[in-house]
Design a protein around this ligand. Structure first.
Ligand code: SME
Length: 151
């Protein structure tokens, strides 16, 4: 499925009036994981600004022990602080990285903003090294922007 088609499916999921916010987020994970071969784990972490921690939300892929991540820790925690996309072509080259599985070779994390606040992020892992292109990054940014309307 092309990015254009995936964008349109994303909008369809998000505007479905009968499903809950969590059902929509899970449906987005399923859409991306099923249709993009190099997206092997797709999930959301949401920020608690009081405790400075990220909390795992909807996800598709291998179960992870990392359901709570302190701000600053790992790729996800760094994005909670930097408010910027983080594309990791080779996770083995990162010092501040939390390994969920040895099969993961590259990763992308893109923040979600609601009213200018970094409320969470999409985290995508790939079993392929250097899996994420600028087109992936722009597509995921689009998905994050659409998702921000839920909040
Ligand atoms: N690798 C992430 C942790 C989350 S798992 O990929 C699901 C990180 O370094 O923050």
């Amino acid at each position: 499925m092309s990015f254009q088609e995936l964008k349109s499916k994303t909008r369809e999921i998000l505007t479905n009036s009968v499903s809950s916010k969590d059902e929509k987020l899970l449906a987005i994970c399923q859409l991306l994981n099923t249709n993009i071969v190099h997206y092997n784990w797709v999930g959301f972490y949401f920020a608690n600004h009081q405790t400075q921690t990220l909390h795992l939300g909807a996800y598709v892929g291998a179960e992870t022990d990392h359901t709570v991540i302190p701000f600053g820790k790992g790729i996800c925690g760094q994005v909670a602080v930097s408010n910027a996309n983080f594309v990791v072509p080779d996770v083995s080259a990162q010092d501040n990285y939390i390994a969920c599985s040895i099969t993961v070779k590259s990763e992308i994390v893109v923040p979600i903003f609601a009213e200018g606040i970094n409320i969470g992020q999409i985290d995508i892992d790939s079993h392929t090294i250097n899996a994420f292109t600028i087109e992936d990054e722009q597509f995921i940014e689009y998905v994050c922007k659409e998702i921000s309307h839920l909040f």
